[in-house]
Design a binder for this molecule. Structure first.
Ligand SMILES: [Zn+2]
Length: 344
């Protein structure tokens, strides 16, 4: 089968002779991939910025497909069924899982993201093995397209986590720093309850997408003025940092009001970030981090999509074949695409 592999910094190849995955456990499933998204988080190993990343790993933690084969203990899935994955696998039995915190599972692993977690091949391939298939896969309802469903693997639940863990409430002024896909998902969801959503990005095309979702927009340079204007100089109730960048994290603290909340959903790997404890204390700020929780939120989100209340798929700007993956990564890396999917 064909599979994308990251061999080293900026060394991404399409392996035309990758071995087909096989069932390794009676709870596994094998899935024929239909759509597989490239995530901003894939750019960290692509640039060699993921500590311990194993050369040759197949990336891809957001995908849809059709079940080809299931192990004999898989109860809820059968061959031929359309499914979407959950970005992270979890065992369902540890203390965290039993308390509905699967993203903190003691045996968690992200598809296609070795090093940080145990190696688990991802879905940027013709076929992918899904361990614990009854948890790691979910049927896509009839009437929901693969393009919409692929957002339920990670991006849409992550946007939802940002809004929830940020404590966004009715009428709030919410700032979203970074209008990549997760930022746009947060804008889409926060906009349903917030009073004002201010979307901040340095790239005009991304600000345009945020404006189409109903946000007020600002460049990083004009963000402070925009927030001051919207809040009478007070600062934002909630600042969502969806850029995964140190300058954005720095400015998040500056933009929050006294007793405001900064919620970070951008990926961070800096062990030496200098937190301004003085600013945190005098402002009585709350700082929270959030990952998406597809396992707990996918049914509700798929229902909203099926009911026509959310249509994340319209944010896909480019679709490429698996063979064009190197080109797709380069384009996405240049931030010339809002969302790129590979269609094996
Ligand atoms: Zn667990």
């Amino acid at each position: 089968m064909r599979a994308v592999r990251i061999l080293g910094p900026e060394q991404l190849v399409v392996d035309a002779d990758a071995p087909e995955p096989e069932l390794q456990s009676s709870t596994d499933a094998i899935v024929e991939v239909t759509k597989s998204a490239i995530c901003g988080a894939d750019l960290f190993p692509y640039h060699g910025h993921t500590p311990g990343f194993e050369s040759g790993t197949i990336p891809g933690h957001e995908w849809t497909g059709v079940v080809r084969e299931v192990g004999k203990e898989v109860r809820n899935l059968s061959p031929g069924q359309r499914v979407v994955n959950a970005s992270m696998i979890s065992d369902g039995s540890c203390t965290h899982c039993r308390a509905s915190r699967p993203m903190q599972c003691e045996n968690r692993a992200l598809f296609g993201y070795s090093g940080v977690y145990e190696r688990l091949e991802g879905g940027q391939a013709d076929l992918v093995r899904a361990p614990g298939a009854d948890r790691s896969l979910w049927p896509i309802p009839d009437g929901v397209s693969d393009d919409d469903a692929v957002f339920v693997a990670d991006m849409l639940p992550t946007g939802l986590s940002a809004v929830r863990r940020g404590g966004v409430s009715i009428g709030d002024v919410v700032v979203v720093l970074g209008c990549g896909t997760v930022g746009l998902m947060a804008i889409m969801l926060a906009g349903r309850i917030a009073g004002t959503v201010i979307a901040v990005d340095s790239i005009e095309d991304r600000r345009k997408l945020a404006a189409d979702l109903g946000a007020t927009t600002a460049s990083p340079e004009s963000a402070a003025d925009a927030v001051a204007q919207a809040t009478g100089g007070l600062g934002a109730d909630v600042v969502i940092e969806a850029a995964g960048a140190v300058p954005a994290l720095d400015s998040a603290f500056a933009l929050a009001r006294g007793r405001g909340t900064v919620c970070v959903v951008g990926a961070h790997f800096e062990p030496d970030y200098e937190l301004d404890a003085g600013r945190m204390f005098e402002g009585e700020l709350t700082l929270r981090f959030a990952m998406g929780d597809p396992l707990n939120d996918r049914e509700m989100l798929l229902s909203m999509i099926a009911a026509g209340k959310l249509s994340p798929g319209r944010l896909i700007s480019h679709e490429f074949s698996l063979d064009e993956a190197p080109k797709a990564y380069e384009l996405f890396d240049r931030r010339e695409a809002s969302k790129v999917v590979l269609a094996p």
